[in-house]
Design a protein around this ligand. Structure first.
Ligand code: NAP
Length: 344
């Protein structure tokens, strides 16, 4: 792979989080001057960037972190090294890297400190690599570090066709866990799937619980993974065994998570929240945290971790891409490509 500098690197800037405005009026595309590198810095050319629900929430002022306006959005992507600053001896132009913990990735180029970059295989699938840092890690930590589970144990999750849901299914298979997958529409269930699926259109929680029991054969289900909130949390909690744990990690419905007092008080079902950023920031998780990405990179390289892609847009088409990413019934992720993308 050759790495060259593009003529005028672009960045996307969020200029307003005002609800109701079309995306095109909340964003602008700006070109940036290229500054010289300081010691230990690396100039990277963005290849592909994911569009996460977290990006959309942040752009509406609804996320856990609210940057000052204007800001460059984007939490996840893959890049090629363009240039390295003094003191960077272990990366060279043409290497492929994942920026870790850095925002502002919806851009053609970024300058980051060497320690914010993790090298990945230069031959890997660019789009899969662009989706590797947030959702697969969330699925990994939810399955490995929220409840002690043994091979053969059951887990139940909703939004099972989301990218996190896809990763939960694949990582669970790798760990020997069984997953009861709940989706909100029948056509989200893959054809001829050997997995366990249940469609909950939001009407009858008791019927969902009865179907869940039938599918699991009444086995103990001790972990529930909730990306939806609202009444879906209560349904998932009701599917859990006594003393089970419901982990709320997403707010897709935008509604406060509900849970029946009966489940909470008499059946001792616990409800807790999960945010990957907080989990990684907790010093108690330092050692476990070091295992996460090597394990995921291995699974991805073996082809055991793959997320569906619906469409890739150029950075300049960001408003159309955002409208697409916010659409229900997608078949996979919407990604952006940066100026370096044609190089691979
Ligand atoms: N806490 C954390 O650290 C963390 C980390 C990563 C992700 N997340 C959260 O995880 C969730 C999933 O993220 P993702 O990137 O995997 O999503 P995604 O790939 O964009 O998929 C979104 C999915 O949610 C489904 N969905 C949307 N609204 C729903 C609703 N009201 N009820 C049921 N299903 C609904 C969609 O179903 P249809 O196909 O039917 O439209 C689609 O399958 C998001 O809430 C995200 O913020 C949290």
């Amino acid at each position: 792979m050759t790495a060259t500098l593009s003529d005028s690197p672009r960045v996307i800037e969020v200029t307003s989080t005002q609800p109701g405005l079309p995306w095109s009026e909340r964003l602008r595309v700006r070109t940036e001057d290229r500054l010289p590198l300081a010691a230990k810095q690396v100039r990277i050319g963005m290849l592909a960037m994911n569009m996460l629900p977290a990006d959309l929430l942040q752009m509406q002022g609804l996320y856990g972190v609210k940057p000052e306006l204007p800001y460059v959005p984007g939490h996840e992507g893959v890049a090629v090294v363009l240039e390295v600053g003094q003191g960077v001896d272990d990366l060279k132009a043409g290497d492929r890297v994942l920026p870790m913990g850095a925002g502002g990735l919806w851009a053609d180029e970024r300058v980051l400190h060497r320690r914010a970059l993790v090298q990945v295989a230069a031959q890997g699938d660019v789009l899969q690599q662009a989706m590797l840092t947030a959702n697969p890690a969330t699925a990994w930590v939810l399955l490995q570090h929220q409840r002690v589970l043994q091979q053969g144990d059951w887990v139940v999750q909703n939004a099972a066709n989301s990218a996190v849901g896809q990763c939960v299914r694949q990582i669970a298979a790798h760990l020997g866990l069984k997953v009861l997958n709940i989706v909100r529409r029948a056509d989200a269930v893959p054809r001829d799937s050997a997995e366990h699926w249940l469609v909950d259109e939001g009407g009858d929680a008791a019927a969902v619980v009865a179907q869940a029991r039938q599918i699991t054969g009444g086995a103990t289900v001790s972990l529930g993974l909730d990306a939806v909130g609202g009444s879906a949390s209560a349904t998932l909690a009701a599917c859990l065994a006594e003393g089970g744990r419901l982990v709320v990690y997403g707010l897709l419905s935008g509604q406060p998570s509900q849970m029946a007092a009966h489940d909470l008080v008499f059946r001792g079902v616990e409800m807790s929240g999960f945010w990957l950023a907080r989990w990684f920031a907790d010093p108690a998780n330092r050692e476990a945290g070091k295992q996460v990405y090597p394990a995921l990179m291995n699974l991805s390289a073996q082809g055991s971790l793959e997320m569906a892609v619906e469409q890739v847009y150029d950075l300049a088409e960001v408003a159309a891409a955002l409208a697409h990413a916010a659409r229900d019934g997608r078949q996979g992720k919407v990604l952006l490509r940066g100026a370096s993308y044609p190089l691979v």
